[in-house]
Design a protein around this ligand. Sequence first.
Ligand code: PGA
Length: 249
Amino acid sequence: MRDLLFAANWKMNLGPDDARAYMKTFRARYNRHERREAWFFPPAVSLEAAAQAARERADLLVGVQDIHWEPKGAFTGAISAPLAAQAGAKAALIGHSERRHVFGETDEDTRKKLTAALAAGLVPMLCVGETLAERDAGHTLAVVNRQLSGALGALDGAALARVIIAYEPVWAIGTGRNATPQDAGAVHKEIRSWLTARGVPRSRVLYGGSVNLKNIAELLAERELDGVLVGGASLDPEAWAQLVQAPAT
Ligand code: PGA
């Protein structure tokens, strides 16, 4: 048995009332598991509701989906790491592929956001992953290495040790087409060796992209995976409770 982290990315779904109802159902259906954690990334308006519902449970944690790198100021519509922390966030997704590819976020943006998350005491979960064209061109590892260096290159070992990496191939997100456990495992190895080379031998590396109830057991059988980051299949609290309880060795 190993420690596993199951992270739910609700994306632009579930407002505060929905979040309260969701968490109630999830807590009723999920039998706490010694070596598992369930994290939730609600939209910012639902952070407080979700965090309230997760309180007093060390195995449940709430994070913010995106932050601005400045702590405060005239940035209409943006949310900073300290503001998210005040609403109950303990973690922050950084560089999710939708931020990169829909909103044009650069590696330099991810670096600034990641640094801001650490400064505010949030656990950064850095998302990396290649597009289909990059994969087809054989550039997967080069892209992942570039994204790691771009966001993390300036950090020392102590800061790096606080970062979680989510490998999410862009072509697998929301498409119903997941990476094979072997493909994911090979990239996870590369991510781990990047971190090991910088003095962080133990790190948490998750897989994300079309994870669901059908493929979760097969994915978790790949021991390179320390857990999963899940979008679509995390939106129903009953199904999510089932997924977080999926068998693994
Ligand atoms: P998906 O999304 O599970 O719906 O593919 C994963 C993610 O974007 O984090």
